[in-house]
Write a protein that binds this ligand. Structure first.
Ligand code: ZN
Length: 459
């Protein structure tokens, strides 16, 4: 058994605004070491995937964050401020709010409960997570009045940092909600063990996996878990879908984006940690189904006083009401299970329906790596009558445009956008979506993977 430690980067701390020496000293004295404690709290380790000689090699990662004022060229300059901004960590520069460091971050104090420990919110460990190469896992909200942006459910903006943001559903994750580490968060270091020529020379090309043994309380009491996290070389980047298709066409008017991610075994896969679907476990894939919508709002006949009210509340409530309906009707409900016995493909896939939005002309400032190619412009009129009108393309705009009434059923709108019929034989809007309606998604997965799947639904 041997230990490994690595220096993740050195930082200069400097204050600005109303930041006292005491604030800086808090970061120096406790910030780095508290973050270390947090990142090591799960007790993950690396071990060889095969151990034919029974050497029982175990590599224990140790985090080491430091400030070093002496070296000429620090990796990153961190500015501590009381400013009115969100903390962020880049490669050369970072901004931490004074409150990024908290006095009361000690594990086992009133936080969420995992593996017999309690994890309280701690932003500094999240920010230093970025220093280890991790991206954010929470969804960037659509641009709108600051006071409305972060309300539930969040309306995902166009674009995001990476396609579909699947890990947003891992609510207790350090990179989503600043709480508990995940096995995938140390996968970068595992890849270094597996892919760095110097390490390979030392270990005789040993292939390592990430390991965790945890114990979590579920509906049947305490349950022990053994995780073996590993991603195959061709899917090694967990921020990249294994298969994707943008602007996928379905039926007469359907247009959507599909992103299939492979999950290694980690806390997402066990229902005691993250329950994707009631009583279902062992998911090794997430398929994000995304539709992209730009919302516009109009008065009934374009004249008279503003029928949407003075501020944006009614408009944003309308969008949020749509998102809520989609969550309620479609999420925590559908999954695909592989029928064929081939080992190479994902065997159990959670279907995650996540419309993304733009509110009027409020473009999101995120310069993300992934930009949608197609979207619907949905104009909502303030009048009562419910209807869906397809607006023909114009010279200046070739995208799909719809006009709907304020009270048009959300499921009918989504059915239209996904390419399903949205009215029944009596000319009424359809208010449900069944497994049969989304068979085309299963067909897409089968075509991409070459394996056969079964579509299941709960409820
Ligand atoms: Zn972040």
């Amino acid at each position: 058994m041997f230990g490994a430690s690595y220096v993740l980067g050195t930082a200069h701390l400097k204050g600005s605004g109303k930041v006292e020496d005491d604030d800086l000293n808090n970061f120096r004295k406790y910030g780095f070491s508290d973050s270390k404690v947090r990142w090591e709290a799960k007790g993950y380790w690396f071990e060889p995937v095969k151990d034919p000689e029974g050497k029982k090699i175990k590599i224990i990662p140790r985090f080491f964050f430091e400030e070093n004022q002496q070296i000429a060229k620090p990796h990153c300059i961190v500015t501590i401020s009381d400013g009115d901004f969100r903390s962020e960590m880049g490669l050369d520069e970072a901004k931490f709010e004074k409150s990024t460091f908290q006095e009361d971050v000690i594990i086992d104090k009133k936080g969420i409960f995992e593996d017999n420990k309690q994890f309280i919110w701690y932003t500094m460990a999240h920010e230093l997570g970025h220093a280890t190469g991790l991206d954010d896992e929470y969804i960037e909200p659509a641009e709108m009045d600051e006071s409305k942006k972060w309300k539930d459910p969040i309306l995902p903006a166009l674009p995001q940092w990476y396609a579909g943001m699947p890990y947003d559903l891992d609510v207790n994750s350090m990179m989503k909600a600043n709480r508990a580490p995940r096995l995938r968060h140390l996968w970068i270091q595992c890849r270094w063990l597996n892919e760095s020529p110097k390490v390979q020379a030392l270990t005789g090309n040993t292939v390592f996996i990430l390991r965790h043994e945890g114990e979590q309380i579920g509906d049947q009491g305490k349950k022990k878990h053994s995780f073996y996290y590993y991603l195959p070389a061709n899917n090694a980047n967990f921020y990249k879908p294994v298969y994707e298709e943008k602007d996928f066409k379905n039926g007469p008017h359907g247009k959507l984006d599909l992103f299939l991610y492979r999950l290694g075994q980690d806390e997402i896969t066990k229902k005691e940690y993250v329950e994707l679907i009631k009583n279902q476990s062992d998911f090794d894939g997430i398929l994000v189904v995304r539709v992209n919508i730009i919302w516009l709002f109009r008065n009934y006949d374009g004249i008279g006083s503003d029928q949407w009210g003075k501020d944006n509340s009614a408009k944003i409530a309308r969008m949020r009401n749509f998102q809520k309906s989609i969550h309620r009707a479609l999420n925590k409900r559908f999954w695909l299970e592989k029928r064929s016995s081939d080992k190479k493909n994902i065997s159990k896939i959670y279907l995650y329906f996540l419309p993304h939005h733009q509110f009027e002309n409020n473009k999101n400032g995120t310069t993300g790596c992934e930009v949608p190619m197609s979207f619907f412009i949905v104009t909502v009129r303030a009048d009562k009558p419910v209807f869906i009108i397809k607006v023909p393309p114009t010279e200046t705009f070739s995208g799909d445009r719809l006009t709907i009434g304020k009270g048009t059923g959300n499921i009918a709108i989504l059915r239209y956008i996904l390419g399903m019929s949205y009215k029944d034989s009596d000319n009424n809007f359809i208010t449900t979506i069944s497994a049969k309606d989304i068979e085309f998604i299963k067909t897409w997965v089968e075509k991409k993977t070459g394996s056969q799947y079964e579509l299941h639904s709960k409820r």
